[in-house]
Design a protein around this ligand. Structure first.
Ligand code: MRU
Length: 356
C-alpha cells in the first residue's frame, strides 16, 4: 500500500490570494521556531522578502518575482497601457536585482515581460488578467516540473539508501515537492525508507532549519550534521548518493548551488558516491558558457560574525568573505536530473539537446 507522505502544502511557500490581491509567503527566516505568513502588496516588499531570504530557493523566488511584477502593474496609478508598462518594468528591474545567482528570477520575469507584450493590445483589466494568468502558470507548472524531477530522480535510487543533501532544495524552495527532495518524497510514498543526512549549511542554516523541518514533518528519517561532518559520514558507508539542487547550470554542466556544495561533490568523488544535481530547465542557462560566467552573490558579514550567536563570534574589525554560492565543476557531477529526463556527460551536448 502506498503511504501518502505529507508534503509541505503548496499554499505554504508562496501563493497569491486572489480575493485580497496579496502575495502570501511563509517567512522562512523564522523557521523552524515560528510559522508565520506575510501578506505582500507592493513590489518593494517582495524585493525585500527575496533579498532577506524570507522566500528563497531558485524556483520559489522566480514565482514570487512573477507575482511581484504583477503587483507592480496592478498598483500603477496610470490608466493607460504605456503608463502601466513603465511601472511594470520598474518593478521587474527592482525584483531582478534582488538576487543575482538563481537564473529562475530573470527567467520568470522574462516570461512576465512576454505575457505583458502579448496582452498589451487589451484594455488595462485584460492586460492585468493576462499577467495574473502567467504568474499563476509559473507557480502551477513548477509543481508539475518538480514531480517529474522526482520521478526521474527516484529511478536512480534504491530502497533503504542513505542520502546526503546540502542546503534546502525542498518543498519550501519550490511550489511543491522540491527538486532534490522530490525523489525523497516520492520514494517515501513507495516505502523506500531513505535515511537522509542534511548538512546544516553555514552560514544561514537552510539544512538545519528548513530541510530538517520539512522532511521531519513528512515523517522522513532525517539527521542533521554540521557541514564539516560530511566526510566522516561518507567514510562510514552511510551515504549511497548525494542529492542537491542548483541555482544555475551553465552550458557546459558546471552548476552553481549553495556555498559548500562543491566541497561535498569533491568528497563524493573521493568516496565513489554518485553526485546528482536536480535542475528544472528554468535553472539551466545556456547563455552562460561555463561556471566562471555565473554571477556569485556576496552577502553581509553579519551572517558569519553575529547571526545565530548570543555574542559576536568574530573579532571586531576582522574581515569576512561571505559568498552565498559556489560552482561545482561538471566533472564532479554524475548526472543532472531534469523534468525532461536524466542527462549525463558530456554535458555540452546533453544540455544542448534539451534546448532544441
Ligand atoms: O540562498 P538560498 O537559500 O536561496 O539557496 C538555495 C539553494 O542553494 C538551493 O539549493 C537552490 O536554490 C535550489 S532550490 C530547489
Amino acid at each position: 500500500m502506498q503511504r501518502q507522505a505529507p508534503i509541505a502544502d503548496p499554499a505554504v511557500t508562496v501563493n497569491f490570494d486572489g480575493q485580497s490581491g496579496e502575495l502570501v509567503i511563509l517567512d522562512q527566516t523564522l523557521l523552524p521556531g515560528e510559522v508565520r505568513y506575510l501578506r505582500l502588496t507592493r513590489p518593494e516588499e517582495v524585493r525585500e522578502a527575496i533579498y532577506n531570504l524570507r522566500v528563497r530557493g531558485a524556483p520559489a523566488i522566480g514565482v514570487a518575482a512573477a507575482y511581484g511584477a504583477y503587483l507592480g502593474a496592478c498598483r500603477s496609478r496610470a490608466s493607460d497601457v504605456p503608463g502601466i508598462s513603465r511601472d511594470f518594468q520598474a518593478a521587474s528591474a527592482l525584483l531582478k536585482a534582488a538576487r543575482p545567482t538563481a537564473v529562475n528570477l530573470a527567467w520568470a520575469l522574462e516570461r512576465m515581460a512576454h505575457a505583458f507584450r502579448a496582452s498589451a493590445h487589451l484594455p488595462p483589466t485584460g492586460l492585468l488578467a493576462g499577467l495574473k494568468t502567467e504568474a499563476d502558470l509559473i507557480r502551477t507548472e513548477d509543481e508539475e516540473v518538480c514531480r517529474r524531477i522526482g520521478e526521474n530522480g527516484l529511478a536512480l535510487l534504491q530502497p533503504g539508501w542513505g542520502l546526503l543533501t546540502h542546503c534546502n532544495a525542498g518543498a519550501l524552495a519550490t511550489s511543491r515537492y522540491g527538486t532534490a527532495t522530490a525523489p525523497i518524497y516520492l520514494g517515501e510514498q513507495k516505502g523506500y525508507a531513505f535515511r537522509v543526512f542534511a548538512d546544516e549549511t553555514r552560514p544561514l542554516l537552510q539544512g538545519a532549519r528548513l530541510t530538517a523541518w520539512e522532511l521531519n514533518a513528512a515523517g522522513i528519517d532525517v539527521t542533521v550534521i554540521c557541514d564539516n561532518m560530511a566526510s566522516m559520514v561518507m567514510s562510514r558507508g552511510w551515504v549511497q548518493a548525494v542529492l542537491v539542487g542548483c541555482d544555475r547550470v551553465a552550458a557546459n554542466g558546471d552548476a552553481a548551488n549553495k556555498i559548500g556544495t562543491s566541497g561535498v561533490a569533491i568528497l563524493a568523488k573521493h568516496y565513489g558516491i554518485p553526485f546528482y544535481v536536480h535542475a528544472p530547465l528554468s535553472s539551466i542557462d545556456p547563455a552562460c558558457f561555463s561556471g566562471r560566467d555565473i554571477p556569485i552573490e556576496e552577502r553581509a558579514q553579519e551572517e558569519i560574525a553575529e547571526m545565530w550567536y548570543a555574542r559576536r563570534m568574530t573579532p571586531q574589525g576582522v574581515k569576512t568573505f561571505n559568498p552565498a554560492f559556489d560552482v561545482t565543476d561538471s566533472a564532479l557531477i554524475t548526472a543532472i536530473v531534469t523534468e525532461k529526463g536524466v542527462i549525463r556527460p558530456p554535458y555540452t551536448e546533453s544540455i544542448r539537446a534539451l534546448f532544441p
